[in-house]
Ligand binder design. Structure first.
Ligand SMILES: NC(=O)c1ccc[n+]([C@@H]2O[C@H](COP(=O)([O-])OP(=O)(O)OC[C@H]3O[C@@H](n4cnc5c(N)ncnc54)[C@H](O)[C@@H]3O)[C@@H](O)[C@H]2O)c1
Length: 327
């Protein structure tokens, strides 16, 4: 297959590109390599992908209608996996405009190009944040999800609604994936595991919001990538009648933030100096994803325990920052 992967220099984009290349597919990666976090990490991921001949990369901003349109005209894609977005819940309070530019306009440019070029198969990243402060104990895909509590979640829910419209009118097969707190090697520097590891190693205080009472359904990157791969391989079979699908990809095993910190401390063999703080605006209190739907449709089963996953991240972190000297 010829696959377009947007955000290919990002955390999830890098891992899924690697997997598709390993399976023999051709990957067209695009990314604008923006400075939301250390761009050297994005470049280092991209450099690894560029070692493969079947990886073709262009630096493109998806909010340029002209550039996106010309990319689609020049190439024939069998499948588009759209991951490029302004991620991060907290940053959407600081810089809301970029969420509209990348997540709304950018998303429109991509899905509209599928329509213009008669491409039928589309997978895109949504997020567990669309559930807001749901009062259900386990989050299921059939929830109405009409109460996002920050702009990031609102843009991701909007993507799902736009996808629904395009599926209905133009018969584009769309699969929206609601990822639950993804972590692992090559992870994002703005996320808790990265921040905590970095600070604990430097003996700096870590900020623990909501006094550590949050709970999160942390999902290891290999399990996320496995879920995306299953959707790509099984989600577009001719027998399927539904054009619009949504799946959670989670571990289904939420843990408290305090417990998460203990696991990091144990692996690092260091005690964290904790700065307990009140709940931050826009933060959801807990996430817990039901994985029944993706399990019964495609046989998805997460494999990596939180202990193993944290350990793999810390091993990568120590190796990468020693060898790369990027710290
Ligand atoms: N990591 C998670 O826990 C998580 C959870 C839920 C949803 N998601 C979603 O999954 C997707 C991938 O997330 P990630 O963790 O890999 O984030 P990431 O920030 O590492 O990757 C996103 C990539 O997209 C690129 N990008 C951003 N705006 C762009 C634009 N306008 N044009 C071109 N490229 C642009 C960035 O440079 C980056 O490399 C995102 O859509 C994110 O919202 C992630």
């Amino acid at each position: 297959m010829n696959i377009l992967i947007t955000g290919s220099a990002g955390f999830i984009g890098f891992h899924i590109s690697k997997l598709f290349l390993k399976k023999g597919h051709t990957v067209y990666g695009i990314d604008n390599l923006n400075h939301y976090y250390d761009v050297r990490l994005k470049r280092a991921r991209n450099k690894i992908l560029l070692q493969q001949k079947r990886y073709k990369f262009s630096k493109i901003n998806i909010n340029s209608t002209k550039k996106v349109s010309s990319l689609f005209k020049k190439n024939n894609f069998d499948l588009v996996i759209h991951l490029a977005a302004q991620a991060g819940v907290r940053y959407s309070l600081k810089n809301p405009k970029v969420y509209i530019d990348s997540n709304i306009k950018g998303f429109f440019n991509i899905i509209n190009s599928l329509k213009e070029n008669n491409i039928k198969n589309f997978i895109y990243a949504s997020s567990s944040s669309i559930y807001g402060n749901s009062n259900r104990s386990v989050f299921k895909e059939d929830e109405k999800a009409t109460s996002p509590i920050q702009l990031y979640a609102a843009t991701k829910r909007s993507n799902e609604l736009i996808a629904h419209a395009y599926s209905s009118i133009y018969k584009i097969n769309t699969i929206g994936l609601r990822f639950f707190t993804v972590y692992g090697p090559w992870g994002r520097p703005d996320m808790s595991l990265f921040l905590f590891t970095k600070k604990i190693l430097k003996n700096k205080r870590i900020d623990v919001f909501n006094y550590g009472k949050h709970s999160r359904d942390f999902t290891f990157i290999d399990d996320i990538v496995h879920g995306i791969y299953l959707c790509a391989m099984k989600g577009f079979s001719k027998k399927k009648k539904k054009y619009f699908e949504i799946f959670n990809i989670a571990s289904g095993k939420p843990i408290k933030l305090t417990k998460f910190i203990e696991i990091i401390e144990k692996k690092l063999k260091l005690r964290a100096n904790k700065n307990f703080l009140k709940l931050q605006k826009g933060d959801v209190i807990k996430t817990y994803g039901s994985i029944k739907k993706i399990n019964s449709e495609f046989g998805y089963k997460p494999k990596t325990s939180i202990n193993k996953g944290v350990s793999k991240f810390i091993d990568w972190y120590k190796k990468f920052y020693r060898i790369g000297g990027l710290r």
